[in-house]
Design a protein around this ligand. Structure first.
Ligand code: AP5
Length: 189
């Protein structure tokens, strides 16, 4: 089966963005990352960016209605009609329900949800390493640990949501980028 409407779920630093890039090359479909879109909005000082900046720096989630609007607009663009890789969206029950409803209206349900797993200390170590290179404003230890707690509380329950839909595959996020990519390839079948 060629899965082309994909969702990468997982805690911060699990490798969603890195693996999404490899899937972009493999399937020639766009990565839709609400984190990247929100960071672009912050950099451009748009209304959404100004609203989201402090929440993102703390590691809190941006309100559902804002993120759902951003994601729905992106999913409506031409290049997403042949498929997409969602990275970092949905992140709450309300976002997952909005996505289900949208895709049902379009008759294009998700084909696979890959849930990447990684333990807390490895997450912290990866993101503090990235902080030295890229200086992302939410890659400091306090914000990273808060992002992990937010993930556990608000996003991890979505694993059960997609498991109930029969489209979930769990993939270990440890090891090299290539090793994780191979596991994802197997999980996509
Ligand atoms: P977002 O940008 O989505 O950040 P995140 O989920 O915290 O994820 P990261 O980008 O940190 O990690 P990743 O899993 O993509 O890993 P990556 O491949 O980058 O969200 C940021 C903020 O925006 C949120 O906190 C929230 O405020 C807001 N937001 C976004 N979406 C939202 C939504 N839907 N609702 C509400 N708010 C939202 O890798 C991480 C690092 O590890 C990199 O340096 C990479 O090179 C390295 N790495 C990757 N794979 C490996 C490997 N196998 N081995 C060693 N290093 C590796």
């Amino acid at each position: 089966m060629t899965a082309r409407r994909l969702l990468l779920l997982g805690p911060p630093g699990a490798g969603k963005g890195t693996q999404a890039q490899l899937l972009v090359e493999r399937y020639r479909i766009p990565q839709i990352s609400t984190g990247d879109m929100l960071r672009a909005a912050v950099a451009a000082e748009t209304e959404i960016g100004i609203q989201a900046k402090a929440m993102m720096e703390r590691g809190d989630l941006v309100p559902d209605e804002v993120v759902i609007g951003v994601a729905e607009e992106r999913l409506a663009q031409d290049d997403a009609q042949r498929g997409f890789i969602l990275d970092g969206f949905p992140r709450t029950g309300a976002q997952a329900e909005a996505l289900d409803a949208l895709l049902e209206r379009l008759g294009t349900p998700l084909e696979r949800c890959v849930a990447l797993t990684l333990d807390e200390e490895e997450i912290v170590s990866r993101l503090l390493k990235r902080a030295e290179i890229e200086g992302r404003s939410d890659d400091n230890e306090t914000a990273v640990r808060h992002r992990i707690a937010v993930y556990q509380e608000q996003t991890e329950p979505l694993v059960a949501h997609y498991e109930a839909q029969g489209i979930l595959r769990r993939v270990e996020g440890t090891g090299s980028v290539e090793e994780v990519a191979k596991r994802i390839e197997e999980a996509l079948g």
